[in-house]
Ligand binder design. Structure first.
Ligand code: IPE
Length: 245
């Protein structure tokens, strides 16, 4: 099986509150397999936009209303994605982690496994969850990808992002080169971009390393470009980076 995480910045415009990039979303969903994978999506501007303004990363600080709004907004994005998946013949079931996971406790994979066995595609997303220390906090879809990888040991994990892959230096520096294949190691830089309360690319790289250390290959590619996800899924040649154990 596969685990696929669609970054929120590919399917939404992170600078505009709740602004969908519908063409990208439809293209990506078209390229997905019909069975045997778990789909995780990010929040993009359905999550990061208000989280940043109202400091949701710092826990509950008189901002309860915005926790509620963001929690609802990410569900709204999830619902749009489910609609598109079902339209495309992908029988999916939403498993929002706020309804069963608390920061610090073991991640429960039970329902994911049961739905997969029935040939449904479990869909989950970066979410607002209970946190025993701060009340509530934000859990990124990348972190969820790690928890699920630990249990399911997928063939590979694919991160669909808004950059071509991993570069040998900050991609904004002239001469930066896209790396086609690397062994997991800590000395690779993604460069930072945009507003992102879950730590942007640096955090993503920590998660990628964690997954690779489990012995699972991780592919990083650009979801703005048609065909790359499809090729990566079926192990045809694709523009992007393979991080190998
Ligand atoms: C963020 O999830 C969740 C919220 C802000 C509520 P992600 O960190 O997975 O989202 P993207 O992929 O960066 O948009």
């Amino acid at each position: 099986m596969l685990i696929i995480k669609i970054g929120g910045s590919v399917i939404t415009d992170k600078n505009q509150y709740k602004k969908l990039k519908i063409d990208n979303l439809e293209n990506i969903i078209n390229e997905l397999p019909k069975k045997d994978f778990i789909l995780i999506h990010g929040a993009g501007s359905f999550g990061h936009y208000l989280s940043e303004i109202h400091n949701l990363n710092g826990g509950i600080l008189n901002n309860e209303k915005y926790f509620s709004i963001v929690s609802k907004d990410v569900l709204e994005l999830n619902n749009i994605i489910l609609d598109k998946l079902i339209e495309n013949g992908i029988n999916s079931i939403s498993l929002p982690i706020h309804s069963f996971h608390i920061v610090g406790s073991e991640f429960n994979t039970n329902l994911f496994e049961k739905y997969l066995r029935l040939n449904f595609i479990p869909v989950t997303f970066g979410d607002i969850i209970l946190n025993p220390k701060t009340g509530l906090s934000i859990c990124s879809g990348d972190q969820i990808a790690f928890h699920l990888s630990k249990y399911f040991r997928p063939e590979k994990v694919i991160f669909v992002t808004d950059v071509d892959g991993i570069y040998d230096r900050d991609p904004r520096i002239e001469g930066a080169r896209l790396i086609e294949e690397i062994k997991g190691n800590d000395n690779i830089s993604f460069g930072k971009r945009g507003n992102d309360v879950t730590g942007g690319m640096e955090n993503k790289f920590r998660v990628i390393n964690g997954i690779v250390k489990l012995g699972i290959p991780v592919y990083v590619l650009n979801g703005n470009e048609k065909g790359r996800l499809f090729n990566a899924i079926y192990d045809k040649e694709f523009v992007g980076t393979k991080v190998m154990p």
